[in-house]
Ligand binder design. Structure first.
Ligand code: NAP
Length: 258
């Protein structure tokens, strides 16, 4: 396999394949790629389609499939010399490590992105929360979603809590005098940060980060009302992934946030 077809080395539109093209997100991504002037939709793949057929055909492949399929798709894309952009949830540290190792072993300088949330408002909320977290005694997260969501807490809330915990390293634990209570009443602890999950008919995808000090509170809130909110972030990733060798986790890695 040569590098001639990698997007960072070609001129013209970025050639994009979509995996899970018939799904809700996949359908929206296909439309966004077709509508953008600098991207070209070259393949729609679904269950049973052969990812290796994308070698030399696509520069970037966007995966919005299912947690049970996404890691295998990414390894097949790397073997095919295609940069993966992944929105499918369910990635854990071991899967991330395997992809990182595969990219290093491959040695062709491919880039890959795994992003739990492509909504710019959510990515920025997470970044702002991590920046603010050192200046407040208390921080808790409330994530709110539609009742069809199968995982809790959301991948975005997990990612937010981990970023906050990293920012607060060396700080005392948040004050909490709770000695007894019903299980779950104080949420789930993610790296020491309480995360509360609400599932409510009528909601889409929302997150609040509550930061408290004596006499003051900062609330950072993000709301995704529809799938269109993810498309600017997906297109940004499609345009950028070929220029960032190795595995990036979270869209914030591609934003110039300082
Ligand atoms: P969906 O409507 O169920 O779409 C998934 C699609 O993938 C279906 O068409 C499915 O086909 C197909 N598929 C399943 N296995 C596949 C395989 N091995 N190869 C190729 N295609 C395969 O789900 P969705 O709402 O679009 O969400 C997809 C994923 O994206 C979920 O994990 C969701 O949590 C995540 N998501 C992420 C973000 C973000 O910003 N990162 C935003 C929204 C959603 P069948 O129906 O025939 O099985």
């Amino acid at each position: 396999m040569t590098q001639q077809h990698l997007s960072s080395e070609r001129t013209g539109p970025v050639r994009v394949a979509v995996l899970g093209a018939a799904g809700r997100m996949g359908t929206a991504v296909c439309a966004a790629v077709e509508a953008a002037a600098d991207t070209e939709l070259v393949a729609r793949l679904d269950v049973g389609d052969d990812v290796s057929s994308l070698a030399g055909v696509a520069d970037v492949a966007v995966d919005f499939t299912v947690p049970s399929a996404t890691e295998a798709n990414v390894h097949a894309l790397i073997d095919a010399g295609v940069h993966p952009v992944v929105g499918t949830t369910g990635w854990d540290g071991d899967a991330i490590a395997r992809v990182r190792e595969h990219l290093e072993r491959d040695g062709r300088g491919l880039g890959a992105l795994v992003a739990p949330n492509f909504a710019l408002s959510a990515v920025l909320a997470m970044q702002f929360a991590a920046q603010a977290a050192r200046y407040f005694e208390s921080v808790e997260i409330v994530e709110l979603h539609h009742p069809n969501k199968v995982d809790a807490p959301s991948g975005t809330a997990m990612h937010t809590a981990q970023a906050i915990a990293r920012a607060r390293q060396g700080m005392p634990a948040a004050p909490d005098a709770t000695e007894s209570g019903l299980e779950g009443a104080r949420g789930a602890l993610v790296d020491g940060v309480p995360v509360h999950a609400v599932r409510l008919r009528g909601l889409v995808a929302h997150e609040e980060i509550l930061l408290g000090n004596p006499g003051e509170q900062l609330t950072i809130r993000t709301d995704s009302f529809e799938r269109s909110s993810f498309m600017p972030g997906v297109l940004l990733a499609v345009r950028t992934v070929g220029t960032r060798p190795g595995l990036s986790v979270g869209l914030d890695a591609y934003l110039e946030l300082g």
